[in-house]
Write a protein that binds this ligand. Structure first.
Ligand code: SAM
Length: 132
């Protein structure tokens, strides 16, 4: 189902991508990768990935990771897929709801999310992001 509310009225995909590029970059990558507890070879899920910059950067820095980004905004997901082709990065991007994830338990080694829980009902968000 098409849902471009966020990318149309809240933050356009390119604007979101560029703003995060300023905040998380080569100069501080060791800090934020450590904070997210991501290591090469892991299967990683980002919940609420926007235009996909974290996924792209993780795959660039740690090429043996298997990276999936999920967002409910279909405009962001299309942007992330297009950008993956442009950057020649093999990341997966799926449309879905953080409070009802479309994955089997134990699909991922780790899961992280940045500035998304505050837009969801927190108990629904947490109960659906702990078993993957
Ligand atoms: C402030 S943006 C942060 C995007 C990305 N995490 C980042 O830091 O660049 C919030 C994101 O959460 C997504 N989002 C909000 N509620 C969601 C939900 N219930 N399920 C999936 N994504 C959601 C929005 O579409 C948007 O991309």
């Amino acid at each position: 189902m098409k849902n471009t509310y966020w990318s149309t009225y809240v933050q356009e995909s390119e604007e979101l991508y560029r703003s995060r590029a300023l905040r998380f970059h080569d100069g501080n990558k060791d800090l934020w990768l450590k904070a997210f507890q991501i290591e090469n070879g892991m299967k990683v899920l980002e919940v609420g990935c926007g235009g996909g910059i974290f996924c792209h950067r993780i795959k660039t820095y740690l090429p043996d990771t298997d990276v999936t980004g999920l967002d409910f905004d279909t405009g962001h997901i299309e942007y992330a897929k297009t950008k993956s082709l442009e950057l020649n990065l093999n990341c997966k991007f799926v449309n879905g709801d953080a409070t009802s994830l479309p994955f089997e338990d134990n699909t991922f080694d780790t899961c992280f999310s940045h500035t998304v829980i505050n837009f969801c009902e927190p108990n629904d968000f947490l109960k659906n992001n702990t078993g993957y």
